[in-house]
Design a protein around this ligand. Structure first.
Ligand SMILES: [Zn+2]
Length: 373
């Protein structure tokens, strides 16, 4: 991998500057992709924009920026990797989109205009294999508003697959968001939806015996013309969730679940959704359940661990231990308090509650044996 240092003036960057929905943001006579379409939207606030202009006008240095050299056949050879917000602030100012010191760029005296246009930006241009870039970006990704892991992956595996994936997953009101805003955590522009979709499909392939990872999946599909497979898997998963569980009733326990896991395991079954719905409603009223988000996983799998059921508090356990005269009712041996555990005489699934009348203190050994029955 090579990293070349170069200097480019603001005036050169602003050549051929365009900023629109369709084409994204380009500059440097069309050779620089400042923000590819459907990527994170402009997030500098006014104070930060002004600070960039102040820095340039006073001739202070701006931090180094990083560009990626794309493959030779790329229609736009460079992409801004780090420095997007600073580059955008400068371009937008020169393009007359905001005022500094109450003046638009066009109303500044000629010498001030020249000072901005001649200001040199220090750029490191990086070219190499995806794996090398990945390591390097992780190291340099330090200043300002850092890129997150998925944003780095998008840059490293840039290509038609990622471009198309961003169209579905990364715009504020994209299809993935409209479909999944109540089912998936995070926001599209920080790449949370794309990250989740990639994790899901990688785990799906792993379950099918392929041992896949997010980065592995991106590398494998990097040069494919679109992300249709990813997008349709994501839609299948969420549509399955929406079809089988009533969003109106259960919305607050449906967000952030591992829907792909459940889809993979159950989508070929026909679920009795009416019975499941009744079961879920009843469980939502059950105060023994400390983790409501575990209710749907529980009704699907029957695994009580999802529910984080209540356990006996210290005061009840101590009182029962005294009542039992420190004797374990199963093996009839005597134990110190710390070697005993609170057990529900009638278990939760048979209606037992976490109340003193339903508590017995068992020695650890007997409790383990009872639990494994
Ligand atoms: Zn015992």
């Amino acid at each position: 991998m090579t990293i070349k240092q170069t200097e480019v003036t603001v005036g050169e960057i602003i050549q051929g500057y365009i900023n629109n929905e369709e084409l994204g943001v380009r500059g440097y006579s069309g050779k620089l992709d400042i923000r590819p379409p459907y990527q994170r939207e402009f997030i500098y606030n006014e104070t930060e924009q002004q600070a960039v202009i102040t820095t340039v006008l006073r001739g202070y240095p701006l931090n180094v920026m990083y560009w990626v050299r794309r493959s030779d056949d790329a229609e736009c050879p460079y992409e801004v990797m780090d420095g997007q917000q600073r580059t955008l602030s400068l371009c937008e100012y020169v393009a007359g989109k905001f005022a500094y010191d109450y003046k638009n760029f066009f109303n500044q005296p000629a010498d001030i205009q020249q000072r901005i246009l001649n200001y040199p930006l220090t750029i490191y241009v990086c070219e190499g294999e995806p794996s090398e870039k990945l390591e390097w970006f992780k190291t340099i990704n330090i200043a300002g508003k850092p890129l997150n892991e998925q944003e780095i992956n998008n840059a490293v595996y840039a290509g038609p697959f990622v471009t198309d994936a961003k169209r579905h997953f990364s715009k504020s009101n994209c299809g993935a968001y409209r479909l999944g805003k109540d089912l998936v955590n995070g926001t599209p522009i920080r790449q949370d939806f794309l990250k989740k979709a990639l994790e899901w499909i990688a785990e799906h392939e792993t379950r099918e015996g392929k041992r896949q990872t997010v980065v592995g999946y991106m590398a494998q599909h990097q040069h494919e013309p679109n992300a249709n497979n990813l997008w349709s898997y994501f839609q299948n998963v969420l549509n399955w969730a929406i079809t089988n569980f009533d969003m109106k009733k259960f919305k607050k326990i449906m967000k952030g679940l591992d829907w792909a896991l459940f889809y993979d395991q159950y989508h070929t079954h026909t679920l009795d959704t009416v019975a499941l719905g009744q079961q879920i409603s009843a469980l939502m009223r059950d105060s023994e359940i400390q983790r409501p988000a575990g209710i749907i996983p529980y009704v699907l799998t029957g695994d009580e661990h999802y529910l984080d059921l209540r356990t006996f508090p210290e005061d009840i356990k101590l009182a029962v231990w005294e009542q039992q005269k420190h004797i374990c009712p199963i093996c009839h041996k005597e134990f110190d308090y710390e070697f005993m555990e609170g057990d529900h005489i009638t278990p939760w699934r048979e209606g037992g509650r976490t109340v003193i009348e339903n508590c017995q203190m068992l020695c650890k050994e007997c409790n383990r044996r009872k639990g494994s029955k």
